[in-house]
Every structure is written in structure tokens, then in C-alpha cells.
Design a protein around this ligand. Structure first.
Ligand SMILES: N[C@@H](CCC(=O)N[C@@H](CS)C(=O)NCC(=O)O)C(=O)O
Length: 238
């Protein structure tokens, strides 16, 4: 059987949760990382019909054996069906709900923060960053209410949805540092879920071997904006 191929930009955005799924399951996959600077080029190729394998002209894209898929949530659903235990329709729907909430509401909103020029006026930038942190806390509290008495949404071991929760938390930890850590302590089950996945040997290896990309988005302003964040968030607490 051929190794799965994941094609995505060399940033976290919609691809990192999927990379963590393969890492957790110790599945060697071809991690085709398109440089973030190539977004324009990809758009040109899609427009000219030179990307026939991408169903909607977007990444991520996964090929595994005879299945080829676009759309992040479809890929997540396929991986859960292929790698997870048999579940009832209600259990599957609950996991889909968690994947969708984390992907659309905890990962996609970084666009609003980073797709801004790095000269963006400070009060506005601070408000967007604070707004995103508050939004993440609300989502974590909602996830905490939804969590049952097992360590993961998937039960005793993580489902794909848990790795989407993990990516949302790990990304926020990396981007917001202490400001997010304080937020996370208010949802102890989500903190425990993230710490348990963090401690897993294959996930720890991804971090240790720098296989998790620094950029969250393809925005050329991201690095400069991130460097300003700790100071901005510190000031907004005063
Ligand atoms: N609904 C799609 C959206 C995918 C998407 O917009 N991907 C971006 C990269 S994060 C892309 O490929 N953009 C190409 C473009 O904007 O032309 C999904 O969830 O996978």
C-alpha cells in the first residue's frame, strides 16, 4: 500500500491538525509542503486548468490509496472513518461537531489577526488579538461542557477531533504564550487533553524535530505582528 500524500502550504493553518493525526498514528506520509509564497502561482494554475486533481482548487488535499479528497472537514471525516473504531451515527456526529467548531472557529479566525499590514495601528491590533483570545476561551468553555468523563472526545484514546482540539490549543499556546496559558487553566479538561497529546512520543517528536511550521498563515505580515503580540497583550491587561 502506498503512503498517504498530504499536500498543503508550509504553514499550520488548515494542514497541521491533519499532520498531527498521521503523527499520532505513526503513519509515514508524504508531507508535500508548498511554499506559502506560492499561493498566487497555485491560483494561476487553478485558473488555467493545470491543477485537475484539486476538486475545488484549494489545499489541503489528501490522496490515500484510491481515495483523493479536498476540503479539510471531509479529510478529517475520512481519516476518522479509516483510523478510528466503529462508532454509532450519534458518536460520529458529535466528533464531526468538534472538528467543525475547532477548524472553523478556533483555527480559521487567525486570518483576521495576521492578514493585516504589520504597521496596523496598535489599538485596532490589540482589540483583534484580545477579541480572538476571548473567542478562543468561549470555545474552550463550550468544548469543556461537551466533554464527557473520558480523557478524550474519542473515549480512552484520541479521535481525529481530539487532534483538531489539540492543534487549536497548541497553536494558541505558540502564538499567545502566557496570555493563552492563563485562559487555558480555566478549562482543566481541555488543558489535560492537550497535555496528554503533547506528551505522546510521536507528537513530542514533531515539536522536537521542528516539523511543526512556524507560520500559522501565509501572510507576509505574520512574523512582525507576532513579535509585537506579547507587549500588546501585556499593555491591554493594565
Ligand atoms: N473549504 C476549504 C477551504 C480551503 C482553502 O481555502 N484553502 C486555502 C489555503 S488555506 C487555499 O487553498 N486557497 C487557494 C486560493 O485561495 O486560491 C477547506 O476547508 O479545506
Amino acid at each position: 500500500m502506498a503512503a498517504p500524500v498530504l499536500r498543503y502550504f508550509d504553514c499550520r493553518s488548515r494542514g497541521q491538525a491533519i499532520r498531527f493525526v498521521f503523527a499520532w498514528h505513526d503513519i509515514a506520509f508524504e508531507d508535500l509542503r508548498v511554499p506559502v509564497e506560492s499561493l498566487g502561482e497555485l491560483r494561476d494554475r487553478v485558473r488555467d486548468g493545470r491543477e485537475p486533481e484539486l476538486p475545488f482548487g484549494t489545499l489541503p488535499w489528501l490522496r490515500w490509496d484510491d481515495v483523493a479528497l479536498g476540503e479539510t472537514l471531509a479529510i478529517a471525516g475520512y481519516l476518522e472513518a479509516r483510523l478510528g473504531p466503529t462508532r454509532t451515527p450519534a458518536e460520529r456526529a458529535r466528533l464531526d461537531m468538534v472538528c467543525s467548531a475547532t477548524h472553523l472557529d478556533m483555527q480559521a479566525p487567525y486570518r483576521e489577526l495576521f492578514w493585516k499590514p504589520d504597521t496596523h495601528p496598535e489599538p485596532a491590533l490589540r482589540a483583534v488579538a484580545r477579541g480572538l483570545l476571548d473567542h478562543l476561551l468561549r470555545r474552550l468553555q463550550q468544548l469543556e461542557s461537551l466533554a464527557g468523563d473520558t480523557p478524550f472526545f474519542g473515549g480512552a484514546s484520541p479521535a481525529v477531533a481530539d487532534l483538531f482540539v489539540y492543534e487549536s490549543i497548541d497553536r494558541a499556546r505558540t502564538v499567545f504564550g502566557d496570555a493563552f496559558e492563563q485562559t487555558l487553566r480555566r478549562t482543566p479538561q481541555m488543558l489535560a487533553l492537550a497535555d496528554a497529546i503533547d506528551a505522546h512520543a510521536h507528537i513530542a517528536a514533531c515539536h522536537r524535530e521542528a516539523r511543526v511550521p512556524y507560520p500559522v498563515t501565509a501572510s507576509p505580515s505574520e512574523r512582525a505582528l507576532r513579535e509585537r503580540l506579547p507587549e500588546l497583550l501585556e499593555e491591554s491587561r493594565e
